[in-house]
Write a protein that binds this ligand. Sequence first.
Ligand code: C5P
Length: 264
Amino acid sequence: MKRGKDYIVFALDVSSEYEAEKYVKMLNGKVGMFKIGLELFIKMGPDIIRRVKNLTDAGIFLDLKLHDISETVKRAMEQIAQLGVDLVTVHSSSSQKMLEMAVKGADKSSEERRVSQSNLYTDAGFSKNMAGRVGVLGVTLLTDHDASVIESCGFKDIYVQDIQSLVMKRAEMAYSAGCRGVVCSGQEVQLIKAKFGKEFLAVTPGIRPLWSIDKGDDQKRITTPSMAVKAGADLIVVGRPIKRAEDPTLAAEKIADEIERLKI
Ligand code: C5P
């Protein structure tokens, strides 16, 4: 059965191997996945994946948010699919073709790699036939974007006034391209699940437990862990609320507990 901790993806937003290993050791068994983002990947290179995997059985989410011409993204995906990660991100704000080519590249190499075991827990919304494959997630709209950012980027009024319609448009592109799911704020999870179904993953960043809310936060479209999971999120991405806590292990436990309570 999926437990509260299995929903948590800890964002390893650090710039050294020492710090990464410190958090992985500290949070091993307390979270379901570790997310390696641009900062750590650029600093350490792909070897960091092997190092993290040596320390934990948790899943690995490589958050590179690719966005380039379709052929380049496909070729990058062919390489990523050989790294043994479970999830990877591309921007849905590009073209439908780019998303399709991302999936094609990931599937091609995953098929060749065809490892028998995967870190993915199968009752977490991932199907068994995904074992050994890297799931491509389309990033719909960054959670630090609000209407003013959309407006300043020159989007049509309809999207400025209704951000959700932009998120849904991008989710539709990701779904049609064969992505495993999307990254979206907790505010859109319910709509996405209702439209694209249970198997289409909703991964939600911008998570702020009530005890961590800070007025100067850069994240705009935030939700609490329980709000996101209640809305249907399969995974919640949590960085600073755990990282900046006095006791990160306790913070992760509190989040897991908050989710567990939804079952009562
Ligand atoms: O520290 P915090 O909990 O805000 O961390 C959020 C993490 O989620 C960061 O690693 C960030 O890159 C990632 N993310 C996000 N918004 C998205 C996609 C990913 O904040 N739409």
